[in-house]
Design a protein around this ligand. Structure first.
Ligand SMILES: *[C@@H]1O[C@H](CO)[C@@H](O)[C@H](O)[C@H]1NC(C)=O
Ligand SMILES: *[C@@H]1O[C@H](CO)[C@@H](O)[C@H](O)[C@H]1NC(C)=O
Ligand SMILES: *[C@@H]1O[C@H](CO)[C@@H](O)[C@H](O)[C@H]1NC(C)=O
Ligand SMILES: *[C@@H]1O[C@H](CO)[C@@H](O)[C@H](O)[C@H]1NC(C)=O
Length: 478
């Protein structure tokens, strides 16, 4: 009995293939129409509200910044005469040529992303000088704070930026930005050594494209623009304070107590702020658990709003619940699991007993590749959550495709036709409507808005995405 049935299978799948092929042009057309409807609806939602104030919003943002120098990793090592090593070693930081070669040999063959601090200034300078000899070298403004500042300025805000920047960095900042912090001659440089799949370094072959980053920051880990920023803050009179860039303190060889003292100085600044002025903290990927713990003490309790991605959310949540930080989590999480984690984080943070000057969390923005999710306390200072979610979603495409005009032929949806609001059994399912792509609903004391992202299929750049997206989401909410 089994044999005849099996025999039909290939025939049926062949038929299915033929049918699929036959109808393919129609399917593609309707998919394109669907994306066009979603795009025009998102644009309408974005434009529904203007800036809420009748003057440009004033936003103060710290800290830091860097120059990203992008080069081919193998070409750079050759130019700097660093020979391939065949004894891969996992070094926490780099002091010598040999350590660099051993460390690169560790990450390059599997194609794993990595970032290392170089403690030897001579070596680092040699690498930077060598990079300038490469014809394929290009540079870009880096660091959360300047990227967010440029985005906010582009959206019509006046910005105070805390950071010590070099002439090169200053030259690409918008005129709407005032910099607080003494200029420096030499920028903190992040040397981004990229390599494609199948790249060869001696006998090593990379299994996938990725990058190995080295830096030797001196200004960023010390948040050394903090004092100037604090001085100018009073007169600047901001509508919103944004803190980001603190991941540059991650895995930096501080002297004992040094990091804590800088974070305490930041806490002082946050304490001195008028409680009516909103404060937002933009997370980033932290690998050093003790730094995350410090942030939970000195920064997060003074924030009304938090922004993060799908990796940073479980990381923070796990730490608050007394566990370890999670280094890698699902890069394509389902809506229901993100929403459950957001509820848990929101409730845990709001349940904390406030000490003097601390704030109750009232806004949570999680950006993922597939969708944008915002959770905002009812009756809080944050306005226009629906439009802000639409704007965040559109910005995700604009940023990654590198164009303010969105082309639906270079976009795809990776969100399902409907989503469940929680992993709990019996949870409500929300249909996803193309003509009203931002879904908003209320629970307890908060509102949730969720929008799909028209995921860009022709990637121009991904680095700095979270910063542009978070900044865009904030603009419409003040
Ligand atoms: C630092 O790097 C330079 C140049 O690569 C090297 O000559 C020197 O030995 C290194 N210093 C230390 C302490 O390893
Ligand atoms: C850059 O190229 C010049 C000319 O070829 C050479 O003299 C110099 O040593 C190179 N610099 C580095 C750091 O490799
Ligand atoms: C992020 O925003 C800034 C400021 O508007 C802009 O200069 C930059 O190009 C954006 N990034 C990308 C890749 O679009
Ligand atoms: C957390 O990390 C510590 C130190 O790395 C380790 O000893 C401990 O086993 C970890 N705990 C869990 C639950 O993974």
């Amino acid at each position: 009995m089994a044999a005849p049935k099996l025999a039909f299978v290939p025939l049926l799948s062949l038929l299915a293939l033929l049918v699929a092929y036959w109808y393919r042009p129609v399917d593609e057309k309707s998919l394109e129409e669907r994306l066009d409807t979603i795009l025009s609806s998102l644009l309408r939602a974005e434009q529904k509200v203007g800036l809420a104030l009748d003057r440009p919003p004033r936003i103060a943002i710290g800290f830091g910044g860097c120059l990203d120098i992008l080069v081919d990793g193998v070409a750079l090592l050759q130019e700097a005469a660093i020979e391939p090593s065949y004894s891969p070693v996992h070094h926490n930081f780099i002091e010598t040529d040999v350590q660099l070669a051993e460390s690169f040999a560790y990450f390059f063959p599997p194609g794993a992303a990595s970032e290392r601090y170089v403690s030897n200034a001579t070596l680092f300078k040699r690498l930077v000088d060598s990079s300038k000899n490469l014809t394929e070298m290009r540079w870009a403004l880096g660091g959360n704070a300047p990227v967010m500042a440029n985005r906010l300025a582009a959206e019509g805000c006046d910005v105070l930026l805390g950071g010590r920047l070099s002439p090169d960095e200053l030259s690409v900042l918008s005129e709407r930005i005032t910099v607080a912090g003494e200029p420096v001659n030499d920028a903190d440089i992040h040397l981004i050594m990229e390599y494609p799949t199948g790249a060869k370094w001696g006998k090593h072959i990379s299994r996938r494209a990725n990058r190995y980053i080295v830096h030797s920051d001196t200004h960023n880990p010390m948040i050394d623009s903090l004092e100037d920023f604090k001085t100018q803050l009073k007169n600047f009179n901001p509508d919103l304070l944004v803190i980001g860039g603190l991941q540059m303190m991650d895995s930096f060889p501080f002297k004992p107590g040094q990091r804590e003292s800088r974070l305490k100085a930041l806490q002082e600044l946050l304490l001195s702020m008028d409680q009516n002025i909103g404060s937002h903290f933009e997370m980033a990927s932290f690998v050093e658990q003790s730094l995350m713990k410090d942030l939970l003490e000195y920064v997060i309790p003074y924030s009304d709003s938090l922004g993060m991605n799908e990796q940073e959310l479980p990381n923070l949540l796990s730490l608050i619940k007394g566990g370890n930080i999670t280094v890698l989590s699902d890069p394509y999480p389902r809506v229901a699991s993100i929403l459950d984690q957001m509820r848990e984080l929101y409730q845990l943070l709001r349940a904390q007993i406030l000490k003097e000057g601390q704030r109750t969390l009232s806004r949570l923005h999680v950006h993922t590749l597939a969708f944008q999710a915002m959770m905002v306390t009812k009756g809080s200072i944050w306005k226009n959550t629906m439009s802000a979610t639409a704007k965040a979603s559109l910005t995700a495409n604009r940023h990654v495709c590198g164009s303010s005009q969105i082309d639906t032929r270079k976009a795809k949806l990776i969100m399902d036709d409907s989503f469940s609001v929680s992993r709990e059994v019996g949870s409500q399912r929300m249909p996803f409507r193309e003509s009203r792509p931002v879904t908003c609903w209320e629970e307890d004391d908060y509102e949730i808005c969720l929008a799909p992202v028209l995921v860009c299929t022709e990637v121009f750049q991904t680095a700095g995405g979270g910063d542009n997206i978070s900044a865009a989401g904030l603009v419409l909410q003040i």
